[in-house]
Design a protein around this ligand. Sequence first.
Ligand code: IMP
Ligand code: MG
Length: 179
Amino acid sequence: MNNDIQSVLYSEQQIDQMEDRLAKRLNAEYQNRQPIVVSVLTGAVFFTTDMMKKMDFKATLDFIDVSSYEGTESTGHVTLEHDLKHDVKGQDVLMMEDIVDTGRTLQYLIDLLQKRGAKSVKVCAMMDKPEGRKVDVHADYAGLEVPNEFLVGYGLDYDGLYRNLPYVGILKPSVYSQS
Ligand code: IMP
Ligand code: MG
């Protein structure tokens, strides 16, 4: 698996340090509050569980899954694949996302949670790819600003694989051209 990686962008240690910095900010914001942590499946699971262990406030954990389809037109379409167990009405929601690219997924989820009456909706993203943005949306907390490359590892996949790499890297082009 490691042989398919061209270069490591962020090491396990760099990711851990970034998470410590983010957790410090979240611990200040959510002190004495009890948010619902909403992890966006599947990519954000690794980031979410590592971050939750660094949170020193009470929180419940829930999962949501969406998929985005790119039609023939440039307007992306997002579909809800798996819904939350909790009712977010009147609750503080802290959404955990792996990476914000076009922003369509995030926009869809923020709209959905606000429509359901969440008291607050904040987003904590492991990575932000600002060059990919198609929708004007941003993460309230973003760990790493990344270049416009296709990344894998630490939850991010290519064709369902490479999520379990403990670092974030760039795939060798030969891996794409094989499929
Ligand atoms: P958006 O709706 O375009 O912002 O896409 C967000 C989703 O696309 C993320 O939650 C990821 O699952 C996926 N994604 C975006 N960029 C990458 C990448 O570089 N590698 C792997 N998945 C990515
Ligand atoms: Mg995702």
